[in-house]
Design a protein around this ligand. Structure first.
Ligand code: HAM
Length: 426
């Protein structure tokens, strides 16, 4: 393949718009957030599930909904070489549900508590907090209808937010009803919107009959104003949904989880019924949802599985990282920097470093034959806990100088038994 060149220099290749590298210095925050999720979710009995990044397109069309923004315009869909239509997963609930059904997980346990983390793909207009490849940490419970599990899932999300030190968030909850009561609400909403069509944006004028609930979520000023007095979904719940939502709120209060009810919250995915929720912040501009989720009681059955209810959420990792901001997790510092003077010393330092690394000591050295001064500068830059200075003379005596970089003190140490000496000091 030929290489593109300008003035003899190869043109560099950049990442795809909206898809970001996560570099050292930031990746530590990611690792921290992922590790905490494993710990907290593990406490609540969740096990990890990993599904492929690519699924059959039909999975997302049938679960997320044909008239949603995700399916209509945001999916990375392509034909493979056999002509099958495949899609990079835009979210995790549908793949987890597909896997649950395919692997008959309900036969192993009547309640499946699963969590996942990984990249998702949506062809959205990139901006702060919104990307084309982004990462979610998600959790799903399949098999329980009781409102206690709604509260438990929200308690876990709240626990996680506390654990990672994110407090500028508000939990908003709503109920979107069920196939019994939603049609009545839809009808009332369409009736209301019909009288205000001129005030709606072109997009909402198009979708007010196909997906009227989305109009409530539209950011256009005209749509916002036109829907101020729109009917509330909470006034249209059937008694089953009303009781369920009442119980969710009661359990949240019993667990002292702070929340507010937002009856205007609609979600961008069609599988939701009853409880829906968002963890919102005012720190991220228009991309204010740090996490979101809800109940999807008909989804498993609609994808060909048993009639089992489900509930879950997904957290946007990029948004969490943005919120953590300067409060970043410090990169792990080396335990020891070996500064060597001369080739023999460098050779010995190299062998010693490798031995120490095998014993679990985070050891570093210079590979470029730099001066002692430059090596010390690098030890400082790396924030090494100790520096071991190996000179020709020290080597002859079988000793070296160990510098405690935090205490600014130093002492002679015997090379024999250095490993033990270091381990005892670390
Ligand atoms: P979602 O609201 O589409 O729900 O996404 C969940 C979270 O993912 C959002 O609140 C946001 O933090 C993050 N997110 C979504 N799109 C982007 C993007 N383009 N860039 C950066 N972050 C983004 C779902 O995906 C459902 N599967 C959640 C769920 C799980 N419901 C039940 N179980």
């Amino acid at each position: 393949m030929s290489q593109t060149k300008t003035k003899g220099k190869a043109v560099s290749i950049t990442a795809i718009k909206g898809m970001n590298d996560i570099l050292p210095g930031t990746v530590e925050t990611w690792q921290f957030l992922e590790q905490k999720a494993r710990e907290v979710f593990g406490t609540y009995g969740f096990a990890e599930i990993r599904t492929p990044a690519v699924e059959k397109t039909e999975l997302f069309c049938r679960s997320i909904g044909e008239t949603t923004d995700i399916v209509e315009k945001e999916m990375y869909t392509f034909n493979d070489k056999s002509g099958n239509s495949l899609t990079l997963r835009p979210e995790g609930t549908a793949p987890v549900t597909r896997s649950f059904i395919q692997n008959r997980l309900h036969t192993l346990d009547p309640v499946s508590k699963l969590y996942y983390m990984g990249p998702m793909f949506r062809y959205e207009r990139p901006q702060k907090g919104r990307y084309r490849q982004f990462h979610q940490i998600g959790a799903e419970v399949i098999g329980v209808e009781d409102a206690k599990i709604d509260a438990q899932v929200l308690a876990m999300l709240h626990h996680y937010a506390c654990e990672i030190g994110i407090d500028a968030v508000e939990l908003q909850v709503n109920s979107l009803g069920c196939p019994e009561c939603r049609p009545g609400y839809r009808k009332a909403l369409i009736g209301y919107l019909e009288k205000r069509l001129d005030a709606l944006c072109a997009e909402c004028q198009r979708r007010y009959t196909t997906n009227p609930l989305r109009v409530l979520d539209c950011k256009a000023t005209g749509c916002k104003e036109a829907t101020v007095d729109a009917p509330s979904v909470l006034d249209h719940l059937c008694s089953g949904c009303e009781i369920h939502f009442g119980q969710v709120k009661k359990h949240l209060q019993a667990l002292a989880i702070p929340f507010s009810v937002n009856d205007r919250m609609v979600r961008g995915l069609d599988y939701y019924v009853r409880t829906t929720f968002e963890l919102v912040t005012d720190q991220l501009g228009s991309q204010n949802a740090v996490a979101a989720g809800g109940r999807y009681d008909g989804l498993v059955e609609s994808l060909g599985g048993p009639a089992l209810p489900g509930i879950g959420f997904a957290i946007g990792l990029e948004r969490l990282v943005l919120m953590k901001g300067k409060d970043q997790v410090v990169a792990t510092r080396p335990d020891l920097f070996l500064a060597a003077l001369g080739e023999d010393a460098a050779e010995q330092a190299f062998v010693l470093m490798s031995k120490l690394q095998r014993s679990g000591v985070r050891a570093e050295m210079d590979y470029q034959g730099k001066s002692l001064k430059a090596q010390m500068r690098r030890a400082n830059k790396l924030n090494a806990r100790f520096t071991l200075i190996l000179g020709e003379e020290e080597l002859r005596n079988g000793s070296a100088e160990l510098k405690d970089m935090d205490q600014s003190s130093q002492c002679q140490v015997a090379l024999d038994g250095l490993e033990q000496e270091l381990l005892s000091r670390l």
